[in-house]
Structures are given as C-alpha cells and as structure tokens.
Ligand binder design. Sequence first.
Ligand code: NCD
Length: 310
Amino acid sequence: MPKKLEHVLSVKQLMDTDLLDELFFAALQYEKDDATRAARVTLSGRVLATMFYEPSTRTRFSFEAAMLRLGGAVLTAENAMENSSAAKGESIADTVRVIGGYADAIVMRHFERGAIQEAASASPVPMINAGDGAGEHPTQALLDVYTIRKELGRLNDLHVAVIGDLKNGRTVHSLLPLLSLYPGLHVTLIAPPSLRLPEEYMEQLRARGVTLEETEDFGGEALRAADVVYMTRVQRERFGSDAEYDAVKAVYVLTEHIADELKPEAIILHALPRLQELPAGVDRNLRAAYFRQAKNGLHMRMALLAYLLS
Ligand code: NCD
C-alpha cells in the first residue's frame, strides 16, 4: 500500500507507480460504474471547497462534479480574488485556515507560482494544487498520463512531442516529470526560443534518464515519429505585452494536413482551452483524443478525492 498523501501540490509527491496504478484502477472503475448510474455514498457528509483565483472551466467543474458524484458536497469561490476576503486584503494563509474549518479538503488555483504551497502550510485539511501560475498542475498530469495509458495501452517506451508554450505551460511542467517514472521515455520539445522549457525541468528529466531533444521545427521527422502529440495554448496571461504575445501566438498550428501525417496509432492531446494552435477541423481526425482526455478528468479526480478523503 503506497504511503498516504497529505496535500497534492506538485507531481514530485506523485512519483510512485504503485500509487498511480491504484488511482488509475479506481478511475477506470468509476468510469465503468457511471454507466449504471449507481448512487454513491463514498464521500457522503464530506465537503470540498474550491477556491479559484484564476479562470477555469474543466478543472473546477470536474472537481466539483467528482465530489458530487461521490455523494459529497461542494462550497465554491469561482472568482476568489473578487468574491472572497482577498478583496479586502486578507492573506491567503488566513483564508485557508478558516475555510479548512468548514471543508474537508481545498482545491485551489492561483495566478502566482508557489502561492498554493504557501497556503498549504497554513491549511488544516488537504490542499490540491489546481494550477499555480506558470508553476505546476499536478492533477492535469494525472489525467493526462491516465489518458495516454487508456488510449495507447502502455506507458513504457513512449515518444512524446510537446509543442508550444513550454515556458509558461504548467501542464507540461507536471506531465513530463510524471511520465519520466516510466522507462524508455523520449521527449521532443518543440518551442520558439522565447518559450523553451525552463532549465529546472530539463535537468529533472535528464537526471531521470529521459532522452530529450529540442527543436523549433514543427512538422518534421520528430513529430511524425511521436506516439503522443501534446499541443499547448500560448499562455497569453503570462506575457508582459500584447506585442510579445502576438509574435508567438500562432507559430505552431496543428493543421488537418499535419495531423494526417502523424503515425496512424498516435494520439493528439491538449489540456484545453485550445485557440488557433489546434483548429476544430482536427476533431474529425481519429487521433484526436482531447475531448476524451477532458472527460477522463472527472473519473481521475473522483479517484483522487476518494483516495484523499475516504
Ligand atoms: C490548463 C491550465 O489551466 O493550465 N487548462 C486546464 O486546466 N485544463 C491549460 C491552459 O489554460 O492552457
């Protein structure tokens, strides 16, 4: 039995294949049960608080739906900067100290890297990082790895190409280290020079023996050899000016033509929301797995909440 998790702040705490197997198994079970619509009481009487200081659709709704589907209840501040005492200048530590008295766990998203880790040190209940600025997004990584395993049937010996804003894209910062748990990982990083993956993550991956290659070339050999093509949105909200954003926003567009040239068994993933980097026409491509990926978030988060709270 893997050791019990307290907070989920970084994928560093999830680097355990036994723990992941347990969560993946539970998520699959929840997905199967959904078909029967059986009433669940696993977390009946428990309360989850979701506090979002930055916009969210999938992450917040899927956490809340997961809690409700497990028989629990939800308290939410979906615009916490304006609709909580943060607007009066209260520290985030004080806020979670209080909310932790009302709820059994807190899911938080914040625009500042490290803010959730800081809040967690004051929290009396488990906290889950639902995205901290350009830092991490550990539960997205869980559902991404779960999706790859479901779609491809394996996690070993994967060639993964990640494309776009690797500097600010927190999903990639969590996904690549988590995937490096599995042997034979080969990663191709495709980004413009200003949006390269930060050195700290490169080092982490090299230390784990991952084969890493970096290129600006999109549509080349590496892309055609990839098992997983992971597109990312250029993170406009992290740019200093519109001009800087405009210069890079559309450097990589996965056109229908490029998508057709991928390996037949490859899958295309995107954490969503997508902008111009992933045209809607690609949705018809059989390799497009991003809406299934988003759906998997529900069952993965059910598994995680049940694991943390029951
Ligand atoms: C991502 C995020 O918020 O980091 N979205 C998500 O959680 N599904 C990706 C993004 O915003 O580009």
